[in-house]
Design a protein around this ligand. Structure first.
Ligand code: FEO
Length: 163
């Protein structure tokens, strides 16, 4: 069954948010490169790639349901943070915002009785649990580290191993 316009438009909005997420994480990667924290930069670049994958997942789905994709402008991301903790706190807050947005899409799919979209969104519900958990995990480690530079360098090395 062809996707309803209201659902299609909301999914188009989500494509924009996922691409915006990629842009935000790339800006965060640039911040870390500037600070010579190359492991954290690597982590953020991987995160940015994942966000493009999320956008493409929705893109493909909209066409599978005989809908259309129209891309919108992406907002200019923030570039100035004071320290790594602030960056990862911002990443965590952003993921909570994305989770809300996915939950609203689920609500809309129910309102429109669009079961395939509801099923499609299940993957995103699970993914958001992981996304929030990994960002919060790093926030908590950074809080523990405080001003301890050797520990920060150790965490940087660990984050640089993200597959
Ligand atoms: Fe696509 Fe990080 O949520």
């Amino acid at each position: 069954m062809k996707i309803k316009k209201k659902m299609q438009d909301a999914l188009n909005e989500q494509i924009n948010k996922e691409m915006e997420s990629a842009y935000i994480y790339l800006a965060m990667a640039a911040y870390f490169d500037k600070e010579n924290l190359t492991g954290m930069s690597h982590w953020m670049k991987k995160q940015a790639q994942e966000e493009v994958d999320h956008a493409m997942r929705i893109y493909r789905y909209v066409f599978e349901r005989a809908g259309n994709v129209k891309l919108k402008a992406i907002k200019k991301p923030e570039h100035d943070w004071s320290n790594p903790l602030e960056v990862f706190e911002a990443a965590y807050e952003h993921e909570k915002f994305i989770t809300d947005s996915i939950n609203q899409l689920v609500d809309l799919s129910e309102e429109l009785d669009d079961k395939p979209t509801g099923t499609f969104l299940n993957w995103f519900i699970d993914e958001q649990v992981e996304e929030e958990d990994s960002a919060l995990g790093i926030v908590e480690k950074l809080r523990m580290i405080g001003d301890a530079k050797p520990a920060l360098m150790m965490l940087d090395r660990v984050l640089g191993k993200r597959e």
